[in-house]
Design a binder for this molecule. Structure first.
Ligand SMILES: CC(C)(COP(=O)(O)OP(=O)(O)OC[C@H]1O[C@@H](n2cnc3c(N)ncnc32)[C@H](O)[C@@H]1OP(=O)(O)O)[C@@H](O)C(=O)NCCC(=O)NCCS
Length: 163
């Protein structure tokens, strides 16, 4: 049975493996294992039969804003609602913390639109651009697309079968 839950420290290697798999293919940015340990409390994992088949994290950026990061689903279980379930769990957390907006920078904007986000201008998130993007080697040639969900709108995610 699929289960989406907060990550444990013992999941860090599996998270790193998943993110590295897709980052090596140019689908997302790499995350060093040390960063994953530091951010482990931000992470959700999807488990299927005890195996980690998906991950994603919610990183709080300020009093009203958080970012979904490092969303990755194993090739073998794609298209079964795992990614949507992880995003829904992150959004649930964001609501519980009283955040107003959740954004992501992604090469897969179509997926995020499917799960309730809208396209955005990255400059809506200056704290991201001027604190982090400026240090990224791809800053001047960034192909990621910004997407955002406005939680104050009452936007909702319904994920049949996940959770
Ligand atoms: C993008 C990713 C997380 C999607 O995960 P997934 O578990 O396969 O997606 P889901 O099954 O939850 O899909 C939810 C919906 O989004 C749609 N969808 C999935 N990937 C999509 C894409 N790339 N473009 C448009 N729609 C997409 C699905 O068809 C589904 O729609 P439906 O509800 O009408 O059936 C996964 O493909 C992945 O890990 N990709 C590699 C890493 C990556 O690109 N991460 C993105 C963040 S940078």
């Amino acid at each position: 049975m699929l289960c989406i839950e907060p990550a444990r420290l013992s999941d860090a290697d599996d998270i790193h493996r998943l993110v590295t798999f897709w980052a090596d293919r140019g689908d997302m940015l790499h995350r060093p294992i040390g960063e994953i340990f530091e951010a482990i409390r931000d992470f959700k994992v999807a488990r299927l039969g005890g195996e980690v088949v998906g991950c994603g994290s919610l990183h709080i950026m300020g009093s009203d804003l958080a970012e979904v990061r490092s969303l990755a689903v194993s090739e073998s279980v794609q298209g079964k609602g795992v990614g949507a379930g992880i995003v829904a769990a992150c959004v649930d957390d964001a609501r519980a913390f009283g955040l107003e907006r959740v954004f992501a920078l992604t090469y897969r904007p179509g997926f995020f639109e499917k799960v309730g986000f809208r396209l955005a201008n990255v400059m809506e998130f200056p704290q991201k651009v001027w604190n982090e993007c400026v240090r990224c080697p791809f800053f001047t040639n960034c192909k990621e697309v910004a997407v955002v969900m406005d939680l104050a709108d009452g936007a909702d995610l319904s994920v049949p079968g996940a959770g």
